[in-house]
Every structure is written in structure tokens, then in C-alpha cells.
Design a protein around this ligand. Structure first.
Ligand code: DC
Length: 209
């Protein structure tokens, strides 16, 4: 029943979309792809000396199985390679085939509902204020032993927002038909409950067709 059922979850850095996406995938038994990892893996290869477009064209799934992709340096590198049209084009097919897999899929990123899966059955845009997101990211990084100050983290969040939203290729923005979930004043449980309710409504609508 759920073959090709796609949940597209977009939003800015540290809004909670990773947590919400994992919880939604677990709740419904869908596969989950964190598409930011694709750009981070390209960014890592670029920092290691491979030209960004070539890195994207030669990316293999094993490149995503690297625990060190989630550092602040690779977040910025990912956001930089993500402005390159040829990099985005090289990553398109992988994301679309993942979305089309039988059994349902959740993809989270910046352009899933707008460009990668414009026909997704459910589209969510998970957001929060820059200050709330920086506070969360600061707590997460401090817990992992990173020494960046809150001010530095806030500056990074704002720099990445600007680059992701102002780029010409697939800029970060909600799809016209996306449901907005602002997690600024929500607990994780409340944010997940809102997302699960939206997916249930989408499943009802698609079985009723
Ligand atoms: O979700 P993330 O923080 O891991 O993403 C890192 C960067 O990758 C993000 O700042 C912009 C880019 N990205 C993108 O352009 N499109 C996506 N679908 C996912 C991420």
C-alpha cells in the first residue's frame, strides 16, 4: 500500500528535522535518508582535495557511513558545495530512487518538497528561530566536547541560513503545499506528534484515492 509513499521534510539547520524524520520513519516503518549527509560527504572529499563536482559524481553509499561527517566544519563545507548546480544534479537520481522505494520513505533536507520530490504525499517544513536553533546546536556540540561559543554557533547558523536560502539553485524555502511545524516552543514529543499526525492524514488521503 505504501510503495512510493514519500514524506518530504525540509527546514533550516538545527530546527529538529533530523529528530522528527527519524521518529516518523520509525513510527511508520519507512526508510529514512538524511540528504544533508550527501552534501557533507561531498564537502569532506572537497576538503581532502577532490574537485566538488567530481566528488559528487563519484559518491558511493559507503561514503555516507562516516561518523565524522557531522562536524561544524563539514556543515559549512556542505553548504558551500550545495550551491553548485552540477553537484546538486549529480545527487538527484540517488535521492529520487530512494524516495520511490517500496514501503515508504522519509527524506529530510532543504529542497525535498520543492525540487527532489515535488509529488511527495506529505511535505513538512520544520523550522525554529535562529536563536533557539543555535542554543540547541550549542548544547549538542558542547556535549560532544566542541569548544565553540554560543555566539560562534549563532553566527554559523545564520551564515548557513543565508547561504542555503539565497542560493539560486534549489534555495531553502517551504513548498507551497508544505505544512509548517515551528518547533521554537515545542518539545521533541510535541514536534514528533505534529509530524506523525500530518503523515497519518497523508496516508488516509492516499488510501482514499
Ligand atoms: O542538513 P545538514 O545540516 O546536514 O545539511 C548540510 C548542508 O547541506 C546544508 O547547509 C545545505 C546542504 N543541503 C542541501 O543543500 N540540500 C539538502 N537537501 C540537504 C542539505
Amino acid at each position: 500500500m505504501t510503495g512510493g509513499f514519500t514524506v518530504a521534510i525540509d527546514g533550516p539547520a538545527a530546527a529538529g528535522k533530523g529528530t522528527v524524520s527519524k521518529a516518523v520513519a520509525a513510527h511508520f516503518g519507512f526508510a529514512h535518508l538524511d540528504t544533508g549527509l550527501l552534501y557533507r560527504a561531498v564537502g569532506a572529499k572537497m576538503l581532502a582535495g577532490t574537485e566538488a563536482i567530481e566528488a559528487a559524481q563519484t559518491l558511493v553509499p559507503e561514503d555516507l557511513e562516516n561518523d565524522s561527517l557531522r562536524t561544524p566544519a563539514l556543515a559549512q563545507a556542505a553548504s558551500k558545495v550545495a550551491v553548485i548546480a552540477e553537484v546538486r544534479a549529480a545527487l538527484l537520481d540517488f535521492q529520487r530512487s530512494f524516495a520511490a522505494r517500496a514501503g515508504g520513505a522519509v527524506l529530510d533536507g532543504r529542497d525535498i518538497g520543492t525540487v527532489i520530490c515535488p509529488d511527495a504525499q506529505v511535505k513538512l517544513f520544520v523550522t525554529a528561530s535562529a536563536e533557539v536553533r543555535a542554543r540547541r546546536r550549542f548544547a549538542e556540540l558542547s556535549g560532544k566536547g566542541h569548544t565553540d561559543s554560543y555566539e560562534q554557533v549563532l553566527e554559523d547558523v545564520k551564515a548557513r541560513d543565508a547561504r542555503d536560502m539565497e542560493r539560486v539553485e534549489a534555495p531553502l524555502k517551504p513548498a507551497d503545499d508544505a505544512a509548517i511545524i515551528d518547533t521554537s516552543d515545542l518539545s521533541i514529543d510535541q514536534a514528533v506528534a505534529a509530524a506523525v499526525a500530518a503523515v497519518l492524514a497523508g496516508l488516509d488521503a492516499s488510501t482514499g484515492e
